[in-house]
Design a binder for this molecule. Structure first.
Ligand code: TYM
Length: 333
């Protein structure tokens, strides 16, 4: 069996990028017979960027409701909250002591924060906490705790999976073969979904289209996608257009080919956006209703998460015991 694992950080409301980059492929993978799925809410990761307790809590509910509304079968998949698995921070420490500092210096998220400080003329470490610096180690622990083979993620996370492999290799080399080396699974067809302003769709840029807006708000957001000033009838370049890119992430190949043709024939932006709204809405409309029901009933979400925590800990607890023995903090046998 192949073990598939992925997580979403609980800051903010899930958006179309999270859906096409992670949730949709993960749910599809969970329905394949040969897979065992572990999907979780990365709430320890949230604390790195968000120190507003109310927001972390709200986001945890929203992201949990999203997975459930989209049809994740929790009898089949293990669906849990990272912070319910106490073995994860423990494993993080074991891995921290096996991780080269130089590896963390190269992590994108940390480097981007340093570069931004330099550009602003600040001290390079200004405002950077140790959580951000060692974030890839916590992520490695998430993955290695369950010996995942496959990790479906968007392209922005690939480096972190490679780091998890590096860390696992180093641990295995020193203490014996304990960890499976994970592989990132990226849907190349989708790539990194662009946001309203054409940059990567990201909570940090405030350019997202949340997944479960009301129809009216969804329409409004899609209308806000930045386009160039070409008039109806003027040919438009699909390959540089966010409208087209989002279309492609939701459409069948035939629909994509049709839209490409429409672009070349100069479809009006208003019309293209109207069609995009209809396409996205038709795919998420039903789940939206279920999502709203779930949010109104947090006790149901909590029950699901408790069930998942129990299943996840049944794997994690014996494994961490074995690792404690491997590193010598528990006597073997
Ligand atoms: P996060 O919460 O930023 O994003 C969750 C998932 O959504 C994908 N994604 C995108 N995909 C395509 N286009 C976009 N614009 C876009 N924006 C986000 C991300 O690639 C990700 O797959 N550190 C991780 C969470 C995490 C994790 C893990 C993932 C913690 N531990 C272990 C996998 C395995 C993060 O912050 O993702």
């Amino acid at each position: 069996k192949q073990r598939v694992l992925t997580g979403i950080t609980t800051t903010g409301t899930p958006h179309l990028g999270n859906y096409v980059g992670a949730i949709r492929p993960a749910i599809a993978a969970s329905q394949e017979e040969n897979n065992e799925s572990f999907y979780f809410l990365a709430d320890y990761h949230a604390l790195i960027k968000c120190q507003d307790p109310e927001q972390v809590h709200r986001s945890t509910l929203e992201i949990a409701a999203t997975w459930l509304a989209l049809g994740l079968d929790t009898d089949n998949a293990v669906f849990y909250r990272q912070s319910d698995i106490h073995e994860i921070p423990e494993l993080t420490w074991l891995l921290t002591c096996m991780t080269a500092k130089g590896l963390m210096n190269r992590a994108h998220a940390y480097k981007a924060a340093v570069d931004a400080n330099r550009a602003d003329g600040e001290d390079s470490d200004f405002g950077i906490n140790m959580g951000l610096y060692s974030y890839p180690i916590l992520m490695a622990a998430d993955i290695l705790m369950f010996n995942a083979n496959k990790v479906p993620v968007g392209k922005d996370q690939v480096q972190h999976i490679e780091m998890a492999r590096d860390i696992a290799q180093r641990f295995n080399h020193h203490y014996g073969e304990h960890f499976t080396l994970p592989e990132a699974v990226v849907d190349d067809h989708v790539a990194v979904l662009q946001g309203l302003d054409g940059r990567k769709m990201s909570k940090s840029y405030g350019n997202t289209i949340p997944l479960f807006l009301t129809e009216k708000q969804l329409k409004k957001h899609i209308n806000k996608i930045k386009t160039n000033l070409l008039e109806p009838g003027e040919p438009k370049d699909p390959d540089t257009s966010t409208v087209f890119q989002v279309w492609q992430a939701f459409a069948t190949e035939a629909q994509t080919a049709e839209m490409r043709k429409a672009f070349e024939e100069g479809i009006a932006w208003g019309e293209a956006k109207k069609q995009l709204f209809e396409l996205v809405n038709s795919q998420i409309g039903e789940a939206r209703e279920r999502y709203n029901e779930l949010l109104a009933n947090p006790a149901e979400i909590e029950r699901e998460l408790e069930k998942g925590a129990e299943k996840a800990r049944a794997y994690a607890a014996p494994f961490i015991d074995r690792l404690r023995q491997a590193v010598g903090i528990r006597k073997i046998g």
